[in-house]
Write a protein that binds this ligand. Structure first.
Ligand code: TXA
Ligand code: MG
Length: 319
């Protein structure tokens, strides 16, 4: 593109041990890059390169019936991959860039590899807000498939260190953008025929969606697993987890909330957004602690608390 100094400056910008230029080169070769988003770190690859996408599934140990989210720089480019009717357009215009994934019908000429959508005729699209991820999308000009950068079923990573710990020797080049601000995976909303369903609760709350749509969501069919993030056991720490624990046993690492102090408190002032940003880090710490089990204080089930409790319930469900 331009040969201006500005452009060279962008490419050379360093995040931890890697630069954007190195990350772009790796992606263009079909390699993987771990990249920060405002929700969690993603394990990114060129979504149009089938071999690169296969490498994501291999690295995560992810079942290949579980499709991936494709990240786009903006709504206009997302439209080249999927069909945005009125309602999907309204959601995207109101909430992108941000922690909302829209599942829409896949375009017939969509260049994304079939493995990304696991053979479905829909595609999950998100325009992320994190400046490093945005820089990578813009500099590469690619559509990036990126699941959370952890071993399948494990706790999502909210720091570069979590990525390394979870993927070990398989960890790819990592762009280190510090701790993720939102800290919990995007809300996933399927939109079809003017109706919408929440497939995964997240940082964008049902109340926000209702306000934009002017109507409530239809109920997702519980018997049908559309987003495998809906599997009963997911996001799980290595140790047994006990919920709604006002007090802890001697062998439990206690994650507190509000007035329940715990070994580590998610938010002494009972701020649910703060708690969401720290939840996965607290679970990682609890796993690494000397205690055999984990207990978590009650979390109010409103706003983003719905997503927190969703992740906690799955984390507490034995595989
Ligand atoms: O915040 C996030 O969404 C993070 C960051 C990296 O963007 N990504 C993330 O990806 O959480 P992952 O792979 O851990 O979760 C993607 C979810 C899965 O539950 C998958 O089943 C669902 O999206 N999904 C993907 N494509 C779908 C589709 N066409 N229909 C229904 N669900 C889909
Ligand atoms: Mg995940």
């Amino acid at each position: 593109m331009s040969g201006s100094n500005d452009h060279i400056g962008e490419q050379a910008r360093r995040y931890g041990t890697a630069t954007i230029g190195e990350a772009v080169a790796r992606l263009r070769e079909g390699g993987l890059v771990a990249v920060p988003t405002e929700t969690v770190y993603g394990l990114a690859a060129d979504s149009t390169n089938a071999a690169a996408v296969a490498e994501i599934y291999r690295t995560k140990g992810r079942p290949d019936f579980n499709p991936l989210i494709v990240h786009a720089a903006d709504l206009d480019s997302a439209r080249t991959l999927g069909q945005f009717g009125d309602l999907a357009t309204r959601f995207a215009e109101a909430l992108w860039p941000g922690p909302l994934t829209l599942v829409v019908p896949r375009n017939e000429n969509c260049p994304v590899a079939a493995a990304v959508t696991a053979g479905l005729d829909t595609i999950a699209l998100r325009c992320p807000a994190h400046p490093v991820m945005r820089e990578l999308l813009m500099e590469s000009g690619l559509f990036l498939a990126a699941p959370s950068a952890n071993r399948s079923g494990g706790i999502s990573p909210t720091t570069a260190d979590h990525v390394e710990r979870s993927l070990g020797d398989s960890a790819p080049l990592i762009l280190d953008g510090g701790a993720c601000e939102t800290g919990i995976e995007s809300t996933i909303v399927a939109v079809d025929n003017g109706n919408y369903r929440i497939l995964r609760p997240g940082p964008v709350t049902q109340a926000e969606l209702e306000q934009i749509a002017g109507k409530p969501p239809t109920i997702a069919d519980a018997g049908k697993i559309e987003a495998p993030g809906q599997l009963a056991s997911h996001y799980a720490p290595e140790k047994p987890l006990r919920l709604n624990a006002a007090a802890a046993e001697d062998d439990e690492y206690h994650i507190g909330f509000g007035p329940i102090a715990g070994n580590r408190n998610l938010s002494p002032h009972s701020d649910l957004a703060e708690a969401a940003s720290l939840l996965f880090a607290a679970l990682h710490d609890a796993d690494a602690s000397g205690k055999a089990r984990i207990a978590v204080a009650p979390i109010p089930d409103n706003g983003i608390g719905v997503a927190l409790n969703d992740r906690l319930r799955r984390a507490a469900t034995p595989v």
